[in-house]
Each structure stands twice: as structure tokens, then as C-alpha cells.
Design a protein around this ligand. Sequence first.
Ligand code: NAP
Length: 486
Amino acid sequence: MAGLNPVIDVLIIGAGFGGIAMARELDRLGIVDYLIVEKADRVGGTWRDNTYPGAACDVPSHLYSLSFAPNPHWSRLFPRQAEIHSHMQHLSAPWLARNKFRFDWSVASLRWQSAERVWQVSNTRGEIIEARIVVAAMGGLHVPNWPDILGRETFSGRHCHTARWDHSIAFAGKRVGVIGTGTSAIQVVPELAKVAAQLHVFQRTPVWVPPRPDVAIAAWLQRLFAWAPPLRLAFRAALYLQLEMLSLTLLKPRSAFWVRWLARRHLHQQVADTTCRKALQPDYPIGCKRIALSSDYYPALQQANVHLDTTAIAAIEPEGLRLVDDRHVALDVLIYATGFRPMDVLATVQIEGEGSASLNRLWADRPCSANGVAVPGFPNLFFVLGPNTALGHNSVLYMIESQTGHIGTLLRDMRRRRCAEVEAESAAMTRFMIDIDRAFPGTAWAGGCKSWYLDAKGRNIALWVGLTLTYRWRLRRARRRDYAFR
Ligand code: NAP
């Protein structure tokens, strides 16, 4: 093992939006002794990893921005991956200039040293950083789900996952298969349909697809937003309130009739063939799986070179896919748009807290936490976008900033009280999990579909169930009652 460096105050893991927001919070508090470690060679998180053609955000750009880093010059209402990633690179420049990042630093383990009250964080090369506080901003959707389909390793053509796009694959003139019809698939399918000779879309479950009202933001409006920030802020507030209203309908699905009507009308307007329409009509409540906004998915599916296949896949074979009705679909390229494994968020990191308690073991059945931010037995360790703080309806950046602000307040309290340790109370974790489980039944997300929000037993492992405003309010109150300071 490499020699130890001096102990630093704070180590942030992950250089996505969460890590950057946390760094900014530390700056605001005047904490200068911190580093951000990142497994990749650049900032960006989700928006660095998901580079598939058509990748874009389905939260409007002016809302999908950190509040301290507004961008009046977003070129579209719904930003595309390249624009978000370049915005993030621009955003991170001050921290790059201050040498705050350690890239290619893939965390392998975190071990709490109770005598010294520090976290010993090691990477896959055996290098160690010691820090008094660790903030894990690793995101919940970064482990690709490679589906457990018989014969997956035998496919002889090119293949990749949407979250690990292989830009060396040429699609022009090829027979391409896409497994999955979630939000990633509905974005990549229209792009592949433009170039593939044949595109086979393998659908297990249809998704609700309302139209995506994407427009370019005119140059004059961008200038106006730059010139009059209150106008941009008002626009952002209007977008935020609109999505909070959507969450009300998802919390009480009976009131979601208008979103359902919108999606049904869209399907009827865009798909004339009744058999195809029937195959694309979901039979579960809208919002149960993430709503997939798209105005070009249905038209792409009806192109002459595109085939929607709803027969289950029996096996992957060297030359293509075998379906359960024994049909063989010959393919040159296979795309896995099969999502992520949120239960495997700690797949590559071992975390040992007080008394060598293992967080991996604790979370093996279900990831539990106090407010999605901390776990009893793991002092001075905080999570950004921890369990049950992802969203199915609004900007996750709002949740990130709620959490980084909350963590900042705890660090300030520690400093004020001259404490070396802060740890979540067990009662706080119990309260949070009970509140999540109580609020969940009766919501759209509990509507009986299968989604990455749920574990194999149907328990909600991912979502915050409520308004984002309620979450921010909860964290305000949590500061006083949910932590022990030592
Ligand atoms: P996803 O929503 O989990 O969808 C995975 C798809 O793969 C589903 O259609 C699923 O079918 C299918 N699938 C999985 N295993 C399969 C198997 N063994 N055989 C056949 N089909 C299989 O994943 P995603 O589309 O990557 O989206 C994940 C999340 O990423 C989203 O919910 C969202 O939070 C985020 N995302 C956001 C945006 C954005 O615009 N902001 C864009 C893309 C992704 P079943 O439905 O039957 O399980």
C-alpha cells in the first residue's frame, strides 16, 4: 500500500452534479481542505456515461440546473446530453483550476478508524486517502443491468449497453436489436431507426409515452434570460411548480386522468394500426414506471425498417435472438437498453463503519437510511442521492441541493459544537423507513408494475414518496432531532 497522506477534512466521492454541489457547499462554509475523487477521467456522472444517440434529459433545462450555476443560454427546453455535459465541464472549471479533483481514482473501500475518528478510503490501486468526513455522491443509477438472458455471452456480433455506449459500432446498413423499452430505449430507438437497415425492438412491457414538447430556445430569449435573471428565475419557478403538481397526481393516481388522457391521445394520434396500438398500450397506472416523454418514438416504430417484437426472448444465440415461439431474429448488433441495478450501488465498494459493521451486508436485503443521507453506525459518512431520494417526477438536482445544504448545516453544527463526530440516530432511520413505507401504497409507483424503483420483493428502494418541498422541509427538522453529535 502507498504511504498515507495527511488527513483531509472532507472527501467527496463522485464528480457528477452531486459531487460538484457538495464542493460548492464546502466553499460556502469556508472549508477548503477537501478533495473530490472520481473513478473516470472527467466530471459528468450520468451525463458522462450515457452518451447513446438521442440521450437527453426529460426535465426542462432551466430546472435541471444547479441553483448556484444558472445557465441563461440553454439552447433547448429539454437539454441534450452533450450540452448538459459541456455545461458541467464549464461548471467544474474553478475546482479543476484549484486541483480539487483526483480522476481515475476508483474507490474500493471505506473503513472507519474509530480510534483516530477518520475514514480510511482506498482505491483499486491500493492508494489511501484519510478524511474526517466522507460524502458519497456516487449516484444510484451507475451499475448497468446486463439482463440474465440465456446465452448472453455467445452473441458473435457487436453489442453494448446504453449506459456504456460503444461509439466504434457502425449501425448503417446493419440488423440491429434493442432489448428494452424504458426511457433510454425510447430515446435511442428513433436515432437507430434513421440508420439501421433493420431495427428490431424487443418489448417486454410497454411504457406510457406522452408527447415531449421540446423546442429550441430562441437566441433573443436566451439574451433576455441573461439580461434579466428574475425572468429566468420566474420561468424556473413555473417549471418547478408544474412538476410538483405532476407529483401530486402520481401520489393520488385517481387525479392522474389528465396525464393518462394526454398519453392515450398521443398514442391514438401517432399510431393508426390498432394491433400495434394495442401492443403499445400499457395496462398499469401512468407513472408506475417512469413516464417516457417522446414525440418521435411512435413514428420511429412505424418505419418500414423497424419491427416491434412483443414475444418474450428465450435465448441469445451467436447469430441473433431466439424467441419463445421459436422464431430466430438474425442480428449484427445488439443493444441492451435494460436499465440499471440500484441494489448494486455498492457493488464495487466495501464500507465498514463502527465496530467493522458492513454497510454492504446491512443493505443486502434493503438499503435503509435516515432521510437518504446517513446511516447509524457509520459516523461522518453522508450520502447524496442515497436510498429513497430519487424522483419519478421532478428535478433530482433539487434533491441534491436539499441534501448538500443539509450536510453543510451538519458540518457547521459540528464546528460550532466543537464535535469530531456526527452520526444518524437509529430512531431517525426507523422513522424515515416507516414514513416511506406508509406513504407508498396507493401511489402510482405502487401500481403493480415492475420498475427499478422496487426491489424483488416489491419494496420501494429508490423513490422519495412526496413533494420535493416536503423533503426539504423534513431535512430542516432532521438537523436537530435525527443526529447525535460527539
Ligand atoms: P429502465 O427504465 O429500467 O428500462 C429497462 C427496460 O429493459 C425495460 O423496458 C425492461 O422491461 C427491459 N428489460 C430489462 N431486463 C429485461 C430482460 N431480461 N428481457 C427483456 N427486457 C428487459 O431503464 P432505462 O430506460 O435505462 O431508464 C432507467 C432510468 O434512467 C429512468 O427511469 C430514468 O430515471 C433514467 N433516465 C432518465 C432519462 C432522462 O431523460 N432524464 C433518460 C434515460 C434514463 P420491463 O419494463 O418489462 O422490466
